[in-house]
Design a binder for this molecule. Structure first.
Ligand SMILES: Nc1ncnc2c1ncn2[C@@H]1O[C@H](COP(=O)(O)OP(=O)(O)OP(=O)(O)O)[C@@H](O)[C@H]1O
Ligand SMILES: [Mg+2]
Length: 402
């Protein structure tokens, strides 16, 4: 690695809080050094309703890394923002120059000016997280790379990610109280995408679905850029709750049934008659595997239908409806066995499970879709593909640079 410095990432999910500390080089290489995980508490439906509890859980995750955040205040921390609290929208702007007879050669400066003009003026209840250029139009053709072209106007279309101000401010205050020095905020699905999607998939068109604890976050890409971000209100807990209600068992037993024996059984080849024991041995809870498969499959069908509808509504590909490079499932919920195969059959496009992938060695425990967001946060912090909303002041009111 060339010259390096320390970076940290914090993903506050519905089920777990995960903190990573890594050595990163300016060329974008990353070596993860420390991992801290704590159960998530203090959130109700994604709303931070008990800041004290959340702060304690964040502290627990940060302390578990062994890194002293309070002493080493220079470690920049990249914080994930859950898709539950965001709204995606599109914006258009045209930039032109009155100098040199109106003609100019597009440089980074003109691109930045056009993008700045594309940034809506948010009201006091809203924060702009990201302004992502979807494409620049120069002399009638659209491209991601307009540099060096001679023109008299530069049009830019962007995808803007907006977040509720009160949620963001409470989040920043809580993480700050726990000793974290937040340097940038990144939408969770965009962070996951950074570490599970390939450049060729993003170029052709792909949808990422991060199936978390309470929600699934959707991010769609085309011509290398984020095109659409939204949320589907189904996550791992809905699968567990279905088992709890349908089989009349406790939440703990339902979660065990899902994790240990769960399968969507898309081609019906799994043994459905086998009985499995749940909970402590000798407690006498016996369930036929087929029952577990049946209810997990019903919820999977529901999730796949909603994914399909949302992708069609986003209108990426009018011909086939589904993105040319298909769909990548990630987040802990993507571990449900058989889900990718069932989705592939129903949606008639390639579907794969996205596991975090780094050019450097990734600790074994992080090679799981559940850690896509936190590893992706680090990469986004180092590479800055989305110009993360940077925190310019240390105190409220937070000043963002999208
Ligand atoms: N093998 C598995 N089969 C089915 N579900 C699984 C499996 N492994 C993990 N899950 C589910 O994944 C969910 C947690 O995923 P993840 O860790 O990505 O969520 P999170 O980031 O905490 O939540 P969110 O992204 O919604 O804020 C849990 O509901 C868990 O039951
Ligand atoms: Mg998550």
């Amino acid at each position: 690695m060339n010259k390096t410095s320390l970076y940290a990432a914090l993903d506050i999910g519905a089920t777990k809080i995960c903190c990573l500390v890594a050595e990163g080089s300016y060329s974008g290489e990353l070596r993860i050094q420390k991992t801290g995980i704590a159960p998530s508490v203090g959130f109700n439906q994604g709303v931070l309703d008990n800041p004290g509890e959340v702060r304690e859980a964040i502290l627990q995750a940060m302390e578990a890394t062994g890194h002293s955040f309070r002493d080493e205040t220079s470690t920049p921390l990249y914080l994930g923002v859950t898709s539950r609290n965001i709204r995606g929208t599109q914006a258009l702007a045209t930039w032109s120059s009155s100098r040199y007879g109106g003609k100019f050669i597009v440089s980074q400066k003109e691109m930045s000016s056009a993008l700045a003009a594309c940034q809506p003026t948010p009201d006091s209840n809203t924060r702009i997280l990201h302004v992502i250029p979807r494409g620049y139009t120069v002399n009638g053709s659209t491209t991601q790379y307009p540099l060096g072209q001679r023109t008299n106007s530069l049009k830019v279309e962007s995808h803007v990610v907006l977040a509720g101000a009160s949620h963001i401010d409470r989040l920043l205050t809580t993480v700050g109280d726990a000793g974290g020095k937040v340097k940038g905020l990144i939408l969770d699905s965009l962070a996951s995408a950074e570490v599970v999607l390939r450049a060729d998939e993003k170029e052709l068109g792909v949808a990422l679905v991060d199936i978390g604890g309470e929600i699934s976050s959707l991010a769609m890409f085309k011509r290398g850029a984020a095109y659409h971000t939204s949320v589907i209100p189904i996550g791992g807990r809905h699968f567990t709750n279905d088992l709890t209600l349908a089989l009349d068992i406790s939440t703990e037993d339902a979660e065990e049934a899902k994790l240990k024996y769960g399968h969507v059984n898309p081609d019906g080849t799994m043994d459905s008659t086998r009985k499995v024991d749940l909970g402590r041995p000798g407690r006498g809870i016996q369930i036929a595997q087929g029952e577990i498969f049946r209810f997990l499959r019903e919820r999977s069908e529901d999730l796949i239908r909603q994914i399909s509808r949302r992708i069609r509504e986003a209108g990426m590909s009018p011909m086939s409806h589904m993105p040319p490079s298909g769909i990548v499932l990630t987040g802990g919920g993507a571990n449900l066995r058989g889900l990718d195969q069932l989705a592939q059959e129903r949606l008639r496009c390639p579907v794969r499970v996205g596991i975090p992938n780094l050019s450097s060695l990734l600790p074994k425990e992080l090679k799981d879709p559940a850690f896509a967001t936190v590893v992706g946060l680090l990469l986004c912090g180092i590479r800055k593909p989305y110009r993360p909303a940077e925190i310019k002041r240390d105190r409220w009111p937070w000043q963002f640079m999208a």
